[in-house]
Design a protein around this ligand. Structure first.
Ligand SMILES: [Zn+2]
Length: 115
């Protein structure tokens, strides 16, 4: 067995501290999209058949991939509002992760050149 090498972590810069705090502050995080839609009910004597403004709704539909398949769920207005916030948070986290990755690479490379 080889001796375990001592792990040295370079001190994170202020940019990484900011990114970590921003991620920790997130509450709801989710993938997918939310669509607001109006529907036709199919009854021939309903007003929605003739008048687009009389269509039923709004219905909120959350679409997301699960196990490689696209899935849809109907949400209440309150659930839709929460889901929209969760999706925004997820996008922000992904952007923050990309910056974290760049900052980490910069920190490690800078340390290597300092020696
Ligand atoms: Zn109708």
């Amino acid at each position: 067995m080889r001796k375990k090498s001592k792990q040295v972590t370079p001190a994170p810069g202020p940019a990484i501290g900011h990114i970590r705090r921003a991620i920790v502050a997130m509450d709801l995080v989710c993938a997918g999209t939310v669509l607001k839609r109006w529907k036709l009910c199919g009854r021939p004597n309903c007003r929605c058949a003739e008048d687009p403004a009389a269509r039923h709704g709004p219905y909120y539909e959350w679409s997301h991939r699960q196990d490689g398949r696209l899935r849809h769920n109907l949400l209440s207005a309150q659930q839709a509002e929460q889901m929209v916030r969760a999706i925004k948070n997820q996008r922000q986290i992904l952007a923050l992760l990309a910056r974290w990755s760049q900052e980490t690479a910069r920190t490690i490379i800078a340390q290597k050149h300092a020696k």
